[in-house]
Design a protein around this ligand. Structure first.
Ligand SMILES: [Zn+2]
Length: 182
């Protein structure tokens, strides 16, 4: 944690303010007690704060607050962070229904899973571009070739289901993060 972050934190700014108040009070009382013989350091401190302060108790409270805040923040960060899973980079293309396909895994914040998205056929001619479905044809975004969609005879939904199945089988320890067909 850096100082700026700690200061912006509502709990920590109060703790720091409290400690600063104690330090200032102590300094003031030291100056005052040097002028007055009747008032001791602790007397002044007690008068100002209205309570007897045990330094060890104060330190213990600060330490406990620090630990609690750290644990809560750690849990919060864990919940908000996106899990790093190997299939996001390791399983983004494959052969299905005699054709090559490409896709992406997109993190779904509300469901806590990776959705399968941007599933596209790879152009069989240039092997680089993806095919977009037009009126009667697929068209490659790269080389521009047009292919009648009856010629390819593929089913996107079936391929999507199969990819999800394969992902769950090959990355079984990350199964909970693999999206369902919607
Ligand atoms: Zn092409």
């Amino acid at each position: 944690m850096n100082i700026k972050k700690i200061w912006r934190d509502p709990v920590w700014s109060k703790v720091i303010a409290g400690v600063l108040l104690m330090v200032i009070t102590a300094i003031v009382s030291v100056i005052r007690s040097s002028y007055s013989e009747t008032e001791s350091f602790m007397d002044v401190l007690n008068t100002v704060l209205g309570v007897k302060i045990n330094l060890w108790l104060a330190l213990a409270v600060v330490l406990i607050v620090w630990i609690v805040v750290s644990i809560v923040k750690q849990k919060k960060n864990k919940k908000n962070s996106i899990p790093q899973v190997p299939f996001v980079n390791g399983f983004t293309e494959g052969d299905y229904q005699r054709m090559k396909w490409k896709w992406r895994w997109k993190w779904n914040k509300s469901l806590n899973i990776y959705d399968l998205t941007d599933l596209n056929l790879v152009c069989p001619l240039c092997n680089e571009g993806v095919l977009t479905i037009g009126y009667m044809n697929y068209r490659c975004g790269k080389c521009g070739v047009e292919i009648n969609y009856r010629e390819l005879n593929v089913n996107h939904d079936a391929v999507k289901t199969q990819i999800l199945e394969d992902a769950k089988r090959n990355y079984s320890s990350y199964e909970d993060f693999i999206g369902e067909v919607n």
